[in-house]
Design a binder for this molecule. Structure first.
Ligand code: ATP
Length: 747
């Protein structure tokens, strides 16, 4: 490898250095029994760079797990270097995502959490022979027993070894996939609230089953958030046989689902969906609770247990644990994206108002003991079987009829309570509203002082039930547009973890914002991806000409070639050059996404050439044709640096999957956009002029591009931090004046 080796290197060099400070990550709870990031005590702060900004460019603060030395044995020795691994140090320096921890992870680096994880792994492995000898029914029984223990309050970390071993056994039986040791360790890190960086093709889907299963045991739901409906469905359906074997239900949220379907999916032990849908459901639920004036008492999904098919019950049961797939794109790139929904629909509002009226009208006919009972302690009114029968038999308007029965029982119970216990001129008075004297309103009488408690309202729909009893206007809020950012949404989960192929460059940001330290999970098989020295040209034209020539040369050997471009224009430009050379190829860009899966699936075939713009992070595996492996695997050409090194790494990760052979090369030119962002316009113009005049090699300038990329990354990071600060201040202010920051949106 030449000295001028280009890379996302500078940052990676820091990775190595600061990974020596692996322990920096471990300042959270290191003792055993750590459960999720909720108890992590929060990660330490990101590294401050000279200019005071957090180092976004470097992977500082990354923890790297013991490498492929995590052999499939009960007591792996992470210190053994892997003799078959290629030049790992060079790869690491070069920012190759596959760089495994093997060579630099000495015993000295082994931090307590790693030692703990290895111990946990040994415990998981110890269960294996026992479980293997048991039949399916016994495996299921064990799983049920675990659930009882979890529900009874036993710590999940104690249950982890058996839980993960059960999951692994179920995977082996139901899917013919046995979780590798590295996947088990990755799963442990996820359970403890980390973002696990796993290379593409290393099996994130299977790894996810581990923390999802374990967290689901407590019965509060475990969510997997991914980027689109297709992946949510695909992954859920793929993993369902495994969960079935363990007696765990799986729900899938799809955009077109109605409220009833959503509620059912959320009531499952594990729910797969997109971040967007989770956000919208959160907002819709919140609007509904506010309309029913139940917000303060019922924290979202605190749940009153009732399920119905009407829109009058929240759909989520709570936000307990969420595993975010493609964490870098969801938690970082999409972090500031606001999810906005309109107001509560008029029909839902009318339905609520009408139900209050209906309940108030019929409540007096319900008799104590016969139709309802009063709990002495809680003073709660509960319908008897006869009472419920009566509710079913009562006449109802169309609007009321569409309300679920469970909801109607609740409306009646509330109305009965109000008729019995809330008396006019004792607990409340009626007087003309200050805002509009033509409208009457209920004002609470403070039971201690006897004074009017201006502006206060009873909760849980009591206030509305009284309004309805007195025949005055029912104050169901009209509902306003509601809004939440992706970041706020995920910060609401007490237990959060993530998986990604490329988190290294966002490590400090992840930790700082979400308190989810990033850990790099080594590949199961030693990586064999080779980085070829980068090439730098004066102009785009000369660069593309050279790229086309390289494609021709590699193509002649029969190896498949994948070329990533930054824009549709450039993909077309390259496509034309290839056409001129008579090289058959496919172009994958926004103009033909419908064929994406097909094109990507075929991209690993003998002699295939594929030109692609920013490929979606994942979706379809590029499987190499058998004969390709012996020829040297796939060759990837990166035609330009992206603003975020992560995107480059995503492309690079397309070759050399799961220990396959492969190679990649970075092409650069002095008129690349990254220089404008990183060096500023005047300097980049100078470089451009220099490039136009110079026809020789400029390979020695490769590092300048990497530095420019890091500058751009830092700038984006700083912008995100400033925005986050403003948002935080806004929310704080809104709370102080009694507003709901999600519902009372300023825009
Ligand atoms: N433990 C295992 N045993 C056998 N096959 C496995 C195992 N883990 C993963 N695989 C296989 O590896 C392939 C990649 O898995 P998966 O799609 O989950 O990877 P990924 O990490 O999500 O990659 P990408 O980011 O590209 O989607 C799948 O074909 C899967 O069958």
């Amino acid at each position: 490898m030449s000295d001028s080796t280009l890379s996302q290197s500078d940052s990676s060099e820091e990775t190595v250095a600061s990974t020596g400070g692996v322990g920096a990550m471990g300042s959270g709870t290191e003792g055993s029994g750590t459960e999720g990031n909720g108890t992590e005590g929060g990660g330490p702060k990101g590294n401050e760079s000279d200019d005071g900004a957090v180092d976004a460019g470097g992977a500082s603060g990354m923890t790297t797990l013991p490498g492929s030395t995590l052999s499939e044995s009960a007591t792996p020795d992470p210190t053994t270097p892997n003799p078959t691994a290629p030049d790992v140090a060079n790869q690491r320096r070069s920012g190759d995502p596959s760089a495994s921890a093997t060579s630099f992870l000495s015993a000295r680096n082994l931090r307590p959490r790693m030692i703990r994880w290895r111990r946990q792994l040994a415990r998981v492995n110890a269960f294996e022979p026992i479980l293997k000898s048991e039949d399916d029914a016994t495996i299921r029984k064990r799983s049920l027993a675990l659930r009882y223990r979890a529900m009874a309050g036993e710590k999940l970390s104690t249950l982890l070894p058996e839980g993960y071993a059960l999951c692994r056994e179920a995977g082996r039986r139901a899917l013919s996939m046995r979780h590798y040791d590295v996947q088990i360790v990755g799963g442990i890190s996820l359970f403890e609230g980390h973002v696990a960086e796993m290379q593409t093709g290393e099996g994130k889907t299977l790894t996810a089953t581990l923390p999802l299963y374990l967290h689901s045991l407590v019965g509060k739901g475990a969510h997997l958030a991914t980027v689109n409906d297709y992946l949510a469905r695909r992954d859920a359906e793929w993993m369902t046989p495994l969960f079935d074997m363990l007696g765990v239900s799986v729900g899938i949220i799809q955009t077109e689902d109605d409220q009833g379907a959503r509620r059912k999916s959320y009531s499952c032990a594990i729910t797969y969906g997109t971040a967007k849908e989770f956000g919208f459901d959160f907002l819709r639920d919140r609007l509904l609770l506010r309309a029913q004036n139940r917000m303060q008492t019922e924290m979202l999904g605190g749940g009153d247990g009732g399920f119905s098919d009407s829109g009058d019950q929240v759909v989520m049961r709570g936000m307990h644990f969420c595993l975010v797939d493609e964490a870098d794109s969801i938690l970082i790139d999409e972090a500031r994206t606001p999810l906005i929904i309109g107001s509560l629909e008029d029909t839902v509002r009318d339905q609520i108002v009408e139900s209050y009226r209906w309940a108030s009208e019929h409540a007096p006919s319900f008799e104590i003991d016969e139709h309802f009972e009063i709990d002495n302690e809680t003073k709660k009114i509960e319908l008897t079987a006869r009472g419920r029968g009566r509710v079913r038999a009562l006449p109802k308007s169309d609007l009321v009829r569409t309300m679920g029965l469970v909801d109607l029982y609740e409306y009646i119970e509330r109305a009965v309570k109000v008729h019995r216990e809330f008396l006019l001129n004792r607990q409340y008075v009626i007087r003309p509203s200050e805002k509009d004297p033509n409208v009457d309103e209920i004002v609470i009488v403070d039971e201690f002082t006897g004074r009017l408690a201006e502006g206060r309202k009873w909760r849980d729909g009591i206030h509305q039930a009284i309004e309805s009893k007195e025949g005055i206007e029912i104050s169901v809020p009209t509902g306003q547009a509601a809004r939440i950012t992706v970041q706020d949404l995920f910060l609401r989960y007490p237990h959060l973890a993530g998986m990604t192929g490329t988190a290294a460059t966002s490590a400090s940001e992840m930790r700082r914002i979400y308190r989810t330290p990033v850990v790099r999970v080594p590949t199961n098989r030693p990586p064999q991806r080779k980085q070829l020295p980068p090439k730098v040209f004066g102009t785009l034209e000369s660069k593309f000409q050279a790229i086309a020539e390289e494609v021709r040369d590699v193509h002649a050997t029969g190896r498949p070639v994948l070329i990533g471009t930054r824009s549709i224009d450039k993909s077309v430009l390259l496509s034309n050059l290839l056409k001129e050379m008579g090289i058959e190829h496919e172009v994958l860009n926004a103009n033909n996404v419908e064929r994406e899966a097909e094109i990507v699936a075929a991209a690993g075939g003998l002699g295939r050439v594929t030109v692609a713009t920013n490929m979606a992070g994942r979706g379809t595996d590029i499987k190499l044709a058998d004969e390709v492996e012996s020829l040297g695997g796939m060759h990837v050409i990166c035609t330009e640096l992206h603003d975020a090194a992560r995107i480059d790494r995503q492309l690079i990760g397309r070759c050399g999957r799961q220990g396959d052979r492969g190679s990649y090369r970075q092409y650069l030119s002095l008129d690349d956009d990254i220089l404008k962002g990183g060096l500023g316009v005047p300097k980049s113009e100078k470089m451009k002029a220099r490039g136009a005049a110079n026809t020789g090699s400029a390979d020695r300038l490769a590092n300048m591009f990497t530095r420019a990329q890091r500058k751009v990354e830092r700038k984006h990071f700083r912008d995100r931090m400033v925005l986050m600060h403003h948002e935080k201040e806004r929310k704080k202010m809104q709370r102080e004046i009694g507003q709901d920051p999600y519902l009372d949106t300023p825009d």
